[in-house]
Design a protein around this ligand. Structure first.
Ligand code: PEP
Ligand code: MG
Length: 324
């Protein structure tokens, strides 16, 4: 058994018909990257930086953030590490930020990139720390919860401003550091052109995409039974985003919980997904599915699923994919 597991860890995640898939890890603290490395992750697809900001009254400064980001890069030994800028608010309420007594719908409020843009000093500190760390490995910057072109334009202008400041203080950084965006608001998945033109990669956040598409608060137990990743509307948004990425030549990953659930691996492979990012403990289960899958066989079946508009039929068809 242990030998089998060890073989699985070192096996490349390639499908039966030879498609090379990238399995990446979601991490919350730099040391989680050590776990990711142990299970053979090809990199970090999502470093949720909120965890550096949790349970404390003062925000971490530029040097402390820089050390944390550099540590994650070091653990990954040259593999790419995608670091998301602060995703504060709603389900990730922080002591220091994103708490306003007047807010009645925090998931629709001043959270994530909206919050960062409203606190330019804090945002620039994080961007400088990220850029400085980019000198020490393959770091990519990921922006959460984008919906508007002007949000991306503002963020990209601030990345340039942070670079300018670092040039002034003679700090080194990777001038070509890639900037990508989360597709987790339905508006983004329905207006992909403006994202593709501004960003260098996309990452689908299915947790929020499902919340916002189906109008169910992901933290509210009373509506948890309505949280259906296989709702036809959700699948159309995910499938459309993956296809647009292929059309425009932009890498697309899924970093929401769907990517780590082996029950959805074949569905996502059939949509054309090549980058899966998940908790390190889920990686081998998904890899096992990939090793047994044939994308050429799955693709036409999944195309038919994407055209279905009855939830029960979708569920049955996805169950059937698992049996081939
Ligand atoms: C998501 O929304 O799917 C996601 C990956 O981000 P988070 O769960 O941190 O909101
Ligand atoms: Mg999210």
């Amino acid at each position: 058994e242990r030998n089998k597991l060890q073989r699985l860890k070192s096996a490349r995640p390639t499908t039966l018909d030879g498609e090379a898939i990238h399995l990446l890890a979601n991490i919350e603290l730099p040391k989680d990257a050590g776990e990711a490395r142990k299970v053979g992750a090809d990199g970090v697809g999502l470093f949720r930086t909120e965890f550096l900001f949790l349970n404390r009254h003062a925000l971490p400064g530029e040097d402390e953030q820089f050390e944390a980001y550099r540590a994650a890069l070091k653990y990954m030994g040259g593999a790419p590490v995608t670091i998301r800028t602060l995703d504060a608010g709603a389900d990730k309420a922080l002591e220091t930020v994103g708490k306003r007594s007047t807010e009645t719908n925090p998931a629709l409020g001043l959270r994530a990139v909206r919050y960062s843009l409203s606190e330019p000093k804090m945002f620039l500190t994080q961007l400088r720390a990220l850029l400085r760390a980019s000198h020490h490995g393959k770091l990519k910057i990921l922006l959460p919860m984008l919906a508007h072109a002007h949000e991306m334009d503002q963020c990209l202008a601030m990345v340039e401003q942070a670079k300018e400041q670092l040039r002034d203080t003679k700090h080194k950084f990777d001038p070509k550091v890639e900037v990508g965006g989360m597709i987790e608001v339905p508006a983004a998945a329905l207006a992909l052109g403006m994202f593709v033109r501004r960003l260098q990669f996309l990452s689908i956040g299915t947790n929020d995409l499902i919340q916002y598409t189906l109008a169910i608060d992901r933290t509210d137990e009373a509506v948890a039974h309505l949280y259906d990743p296989l709702h036809p509307a959700v699948l159309k948004l995910i499938g459309g985003t993956i296809q647009a990425g292929a059309r425009y030549g932009l890498p697309v990953s899924v970093c929401g919980e769907m990517a780590g659930d082996p029950a959805y691996t074949r569905l996502l492979l059939g949509m054309g997904l090549k980058h899966f990012s998940m908790q390190p403990t889920q990686l081998l289960g998904v890899k096992q599915e990939i090793l047994r899958a044939d994308v050429g066989e799955l693709a036409p079946k999944v195309q038919r699923i994407l055209k279905m508009d009855e939830q029960d039929r979708v569920h049955e068809a996805v169950d059937r994919l698992a049996q081939v």
